[in-house]
Design a protein around this ligand. Structure first.
Ligand code: ZN
Length: 258
């Protein structure tokens, strides 16, 4: 009896299924059904390019950059005698980095407060603590110079551990191909981004424009790229005149992609 009832039940279910299922495949009739089935395809997403402008130290530089109307992330030095206004400048923009001076292999104009190879965890922590007090809503830092510091495993480990403890992120400006920032970051469970293209190592406008094109091409190939420039008048001019090239990508603040 139970078996019979189960059999009847199964046949009834199958019959219902056989009637209802083909309805989903009926040719579309009238606009109503057609409208329901139309799928809105998402707009093809543009590749993203983050332009960072390092060494920003004065209101004039920041204003000239803002006048280009290009989305960029300024990187401000920690305040020093030479660059006392950087925390005030940071308050004028929503997204920014602190540009942390790290020891170079050889650099004649070393920035004040440069962290040196072999600096202890405690000294670095004191320095970063000071930076945090100066830049209240700071999310991330990138490196200024640093060709010696970033290839030293112990120094990088100390720095990244301090940053991790302070919930700060790090972008490696990659002033040397020997940088171990990403490798050390990985062992600490930190995602470290790196600079892809320097825009203005040469101050020639054609060179800068070509570097910008390279950055756009790389972003389109990889989906995302990071370019770093400086507040030099030629760089600003090129950015201003490159709206068309930059239309090919979506310019983003690096701080939103770290
Ligand atoms: Zn720099």
């Amino acid at each position: 009896m139970i078996l019979k009832r189960a059999l009847v039940g199964a046949i009834a279910t199958l019959t219902l299924f056989a009637i209802v299922f083909p309805l989903f495949f009926l040719p579309e009739q009238g606009g109503k059904l057609e409208q329901k089935k139309r799928v809105v395809l998402p707009e093809r997403k543009k590749a993203k390019l983050a332009i960072i402008i390092d060494d920003v130290a004065s209101l004039e530089e920041l204003q000239a950059l803002l006048n280009t109307n290009i989305v960029f992330t300024p990187a401000f030095f920690p305040p020093t005698k030479k660059t006392p206004d950087t925390p005030k400048l940071a308050k004028l923009v929503g997204e920014y980095l602190v540009h942390l001076p790290l020891e170079a292999l050889s650099y004649p104009h070393e920035q004040e407060m440069t962290l040196r190879v072999g600096e202890s965890f405690e000294i670095i922590e004191k320095e970063i603590g000071k930076i945090r007090r100066d830049f209240k809503n700071l999310k991330a830092l990138n490196s200024h110079t640093g060709s010696a510091f970033t290839q030293d495993r112990v120094s990088m480990s100390n720095l990244l551990q301090v940053l991790k403890k302070n919930h700060l992120l790090f972008l490696d400006s990659k002033t040397t191909h020997k940088s171990v920032a990403v490798e050390v970051g990985n062992t600490l469970g930190m995602k470290i981004l790196q600079r892809d293209i320097f825009l203005d190592n040469n101050n020639n406008m054609t060179y800068i424009k070509n570097q910008l094109k390279k950055a756009v091409t790389l972003a389109k190939k990889e989906g995302f790229a990071v370019a770093i420039g400086h507040p030099k008048s030629n760089t600003i001019r090129v950015l201003q005149a490159s709206q068309e090239i930059l239309q090919e990508v979506e310019l983003v603040y690096i701080t939103k992609y770290m």
